[in-house]
Design a protein. Structure first.
Length: 211
């Protein structure tokens, strides 16, 4: 593969794949789960393009990238489990504009929708990594978490790898469209956080005036 025109994450991913083969793509995706700023929207299509050049097989890269996704998710699940509900509640109790009722509501929501959150969360930028932590905090059964993560990750990974495989030299076009999705998610999250903060500040202000 010609790498002189690649830089940043793409160059790093290519280096891993050149040195380790398809397991290198899996390692890159495992690290992407642990460090969300590493974009799977670049790594996966690039891995598909690399497979199209015959460097390794398509089935191999799908297997290793999915395994990498599961490994990274399990590491974050372990982080959440290590944090635990009691410690999380102590942390939240010290945070401004937060209270334990927020934790109770989040726990109730996860109890009702945890399976869907883990499954579909694997296909949403940013949430792909973050959803593993509350799953660990709430001690979702590990086998169920692993199964949901494997299936959700396989769907996400396959779509991006096949896109890169089919586009060939134009693999980077995938990232342009995926970037729009990521920006939309960031915008929605930003609006939601702003609404929450405004609502909470108003609650605190009314409470202070009433007292």
């Amino acid at each position: 593969m010609q790498t002189e025109n690649l830089d940043g994450v793409a160059q790093w991913a290519v280096s891993l794949m050149e040195n380790l083969g398809s397991p290198g793509a899996g390692l890159a995706i495992a690290l992407e789960n642990l460090f969300p700023p590493l974009p799977s929207e670049i790594i996966l299509p690039l891995a598909g393009f690399t497979a199209s050049q015959g460097t390794f097989g398509l089935a191999e890269v799908l297997f290793w990238t999915t395994l990498g996704s599961v490994a990274g998710a399990l590491a974050l699940y372990g982080l959440g489990a290590g944090l635990g509900r009691d410690r999380l509640r102590r942390v939240v109790a010290r945070m401004p504009l937060m209270n334990l009722h927020d934790v109770d509501r989040a726990e109730a929501w996860f109890a009702r929708h945890g399976d869907k959150a883990v499954f579909f969360g694997r296909m949403i930028p940013l949430f792909r990594s973050l959803i593993s932590v509350p799953a660990g905090v709430e001690r979702m059964p590990v086998l169920r978490f692993t199964l949901l993560t494997t299936v959700g990750s396989a769907i996400w990974n396959t779509g991006f790898v096949l896109a890169g495989y089919q586009l060939g030299e134009r693999w980077d076009e995938v990232e342009q469209y995926a970037g729009l999705l990521q920006k939309a998610v960031i915008a929605v999250v930003g609006v939601a956080v702003a609404v929450f903060l405004i609502h909470r500040v108003r609650q605190r202000t009314r409470g202070t005036m009433a007292s």
